[in-house]
Ligand binder design. Sequence first.
Ligand SMILES: NC(=O)c1ccc[n+]([C@@H]2O[C@H](COP(=O)([O-])OP(=O)(O)OC[C@H]3O[C@@H](n4cnc5c(N)ncnc54)[C@H](O)[C@@H]3O)[C@@H](O)[C@H]2O)c1
Length: 420
Amino acid sequence: MDRIPLAIIGCGGMGHRHMYGLAELTNAGLSRFELVAACDPWTSNAESLADDAEGRLGKRPAVVGTLAELEKLGVAAVDITTTPPYHHSLAVEALERGMHAMVEKPVGLTVKGSNRIRAAQEASGRVVSVAENYRRDPINRLGKALLEAGVIGTPRVMIHHTMGGADKMLISVWRHQKNQSGVLLDVGVHYADILEFYLGPITTAYAQSRLHEKYRLNPAAGGGENASNPAGVYGKWQKDMPGRFEATAEDASYATLTFASGAVASYVEDHAVHGQGVWTRRIYGSTGSFDLPNDRSGNVITLHKDGESINDGRLLEMVPDFRLDPTTAALFGGDRLWRYDFPFNETDRKLLAVEYGEFGDAIATGQPVEVDAYQGTRSVAISYAMLESSVAGRAVTIEEVLNESLGEYQRDIDEGLGLV
Ligand SMILES: NC(=O)c1ccc[n+]([C@@H]2O[C@H](COP(=O)([O-])OP(=O)(O)OC[C@H]3O[C@@H](n4cnc5c(N)ncnc54)[C@H](O)[C@@H]3O)[C@@H](O)[C@H]2O)c1
């Protein structure tokens, strides 16, 4: 099979993690790609990714700084894992150069930026896949199958409450800056995607948003240990980040969301609570409810129905036709799973491998991707709808945010990006 020449653009934490995912897929004999370039204007990051890739993939990709160089190398597909302010300009340029693009979430920093990518995708006819990993978790696949099988009847209410964080830095300084992708966008798009994955299109949002912690602390500054560091790849950068810095992005949203189906969600995303943290993702239907575990944990769904709580292999008996897709099944060790047990790093790279598998299949066969530019843009619009609602002081429709007729909260970000 001819390999698709691929470049990773943005060689920070997620760039490295994506490369680990590519290696996972390659080692399983399922990759259609050959990593030919690592692209980052911060050359030491690109060199780091290239060195690491040589050990894992057996061949060192070229280190480059621009898309023009990628074109000269014959790159046909790019994986954009830069910080969000660069997603739209890089994706549009890649598409205009005839390349396919996988883009990390949020697909664009704002709705306007995301809509630029949608337009460029439509004009180019190339594949755009948004790297949304949470819905690909086998446990979420099972949850969706249970819902579709009618195990809890007609869905009525979803509760999605996450609270934690106190005044600590979440991974990096930029996740607390409004003009670089504040935490309610960075994390919120995952949850927006999950809400629509389970219950279909969201139509309205009414929210109060807050910036509780105006200064954040980075305990890893100067070599301390305790900063949030998923997959263990961020420590080398975190030690050089400031120990205390100003936050400009809101860190909490409290919302009511409605769905086209008539269902309602209670949504709390608060990254600033001190004291007891919260994780609740629960769906109530007309005949029962289930609790969904944290994404990427491998923990178990608990079904509550007819006075019973079920959280074991009996869940599979309720969905006899449930099958994971072949790539997920090969990587996670079975096509019917109700739990899995891997270290976080391994789960992380398996899910990223699944994304690469689907992206390669879409390029090779023309089959549609699951999270396309439109769906990725919806998640951006839903996250901003909560912030726009808080500014407007009213319930807003997702449609008015998506079609850019409401965008007061995003205006200064768009101005900074040169999009207005
Ligand atoms: N899906 C997930 O679970 C998940 C987890 C973490 C991050 N992410 C996403 O991945 C993206 C990157 O996050 P991160 O944590 O790796 O950030 P990071 O700060 O660790 O790395 C970003 C990298 O992008 C590079 N970069 C900036 N501008 C560039 C440009 N114009 N061209 C090429 N490279 C450029 C930087 O030099 C840096 O190396 C974000 O969109 C983030 O939301 C997703």
